[in-house]
Design a binder for this molecule. Structure first.
Ligand SMILES: Nc1nc2c(ncn2[C@@H]2O[C@H](COP(=O)(O)OP(=O)(O)OP(=O)(O)O)[C@@H](O)[C@H]2O)c(=O)[nH]1
Ligand SMILES: [Mg+2]
Length: 322
């Protein structure tokens, strides 16, 4: 059975498959339909095939380094297996992409020992507040008791935005006034969450302070108050990256990982971009696992990241012609 057939069989049984297909539609159109069109009618795997393949990989925001890796792995597989048809070569492309995810620990393990504290960080506009709400819904649906902390006191309106989500989801949200010290909001929220025996506290943070140093200092301070109040580091620090920014997301990741210990990535707005190839670059170049993907604007539109569903969604159009 081909790699793709196997992937397809697994995908058929996945519970989030429809949202994955619709969320990655633009990437699939930009990537796999382009591949199909490029190679339709061609029958030989030659240098031109590899050149065209490289162009399409680069255009999908996979980046030079990762695209080169996929190309070389494809060439190697094609040669070793003695493949001659374009379809078989494209199967090798899917497999080479899949290999990039080997070892990525996408699973989120919640501790049973104490309340889970999740800090959500990222540049302004990346989708932090929306992701906090979606996470809250995700865990609420699992029967967990969740409290939110509106610790973005920098941007006017940020607190109200989270409070509105909390109202809609009927979840408690602890907030301070605009320009209050975010660390003090975190302290209040930690105490409240403890008082109501919450299992999860999710902290929304500011994406933009006057400068990067201030932003990073603020995150470090929040980290310290969590340690002081609970005796533990935050259990999870998730960096929100906006997929529509493409390769720039990698630069953001570097800046944040220099300041805080990022334990996972939430990649948002996959539905709004053809640049979904960025997930391959993230898997290849960052040593941080992708935990969730944002596939739309509603509370239910964020799903745990599943590499197989992702690969199937972005490659099905070049295997299943149409
Ligand atoms: N289509 C789509 N839109 C999203 C997704 N995630 C967030 N958005 C939208 O992106 C915009 C910014 O989202 P926010 O959650 O406010 O971003 P933020 O990082 O909190 O922004 P700041 O608080 O200004 O730093 C909003 O219009 C969201 O609806 C997603 O997965 N898909
Ligand atoms: Mg926000």
């Amino acid at each position: 059975m081909s790699f793709f057939q196997n992937l397809k069989e697994k995908f058929t049984g996945k519970k989030d498959k429809d949202l994955y297909l619709s969320g990655f539609k633009k990437t699939s159109e930009g990537f796999s339909k382009k591949l199909r069109t490029f190679f339709l009618g061609k029958s030989t795997i030659d240098d031109l095939f590899y050149e065209d393949l490289m162009i399409i990989l680069l255009e999908s925001d996979i980046g030079l380094k990762t695209s080169t890796k996929i190309l070389n792995a494809t060439k190697k597989k094609v040669k070793n297996l003695g493949y001659t048809s374009i379809d078989d070569a494209l199967d090798c492309v899917s497999e080479a992409m899949s290999d990039l995810f080997i070892g990525m620990d996408t699973e989120v393990v919640l501790t049973q020992d104490h309340m889970n504290v999740i800090l959500v960080v990222g540049v302004n506009g990346s989708g932090k507040t929306t992701s906090v709400a979606k996470l809250a819904k995700h865990y609420q649906d699992q029967g967990k008791k969740v409290v939110l902390a509106a610790a973005d006191t920098f941007r006017a309106g940020a607190v109200t935005q989270l409070e509105e989500w909390a109202d809609r989801l009927k979840i408690e949200c602890v907030s301070g006034s605009d320009h209050a010290d975010p660390a003090s909001v975190v302290i209040d929220a930690l105490r409240k969450a403890k008082e109501v025996a919450a299992e999860i506290l999710i902290v929304d943070t500011a994406g933009r302070l006057q400068n990067k140093v201030n932003l990073m200092n603020e995150l470090a301070k929040m980290n310290r108050v969590v340690v002081k109040e609970t005796g533990n580091n935050p259990d999870h620090v998730w960096l929100v990256l906006d997929a529509t920014t493409g390769q720039n997301a990698l630069v953001q990741a570097e800046a944040f990982t220099n300041a805080v210990k990022v334990s996972g990535i939430i990649c948002t707005k996959m539905d709004g971009t053809a640049k979904g190839g960025i997930l391959l670059a993230i898997a290849d170049l960052l040593k941080i696992p992708v935990k969730f993907v944002g596939l739309g604007e509603n509370a239910d539109d964020m799903k745990p990241f599943d590499a197989e569903s992702y690969l199937y969604s972005i490659t099905e159009a070049f295997h299943d012609a149409g």
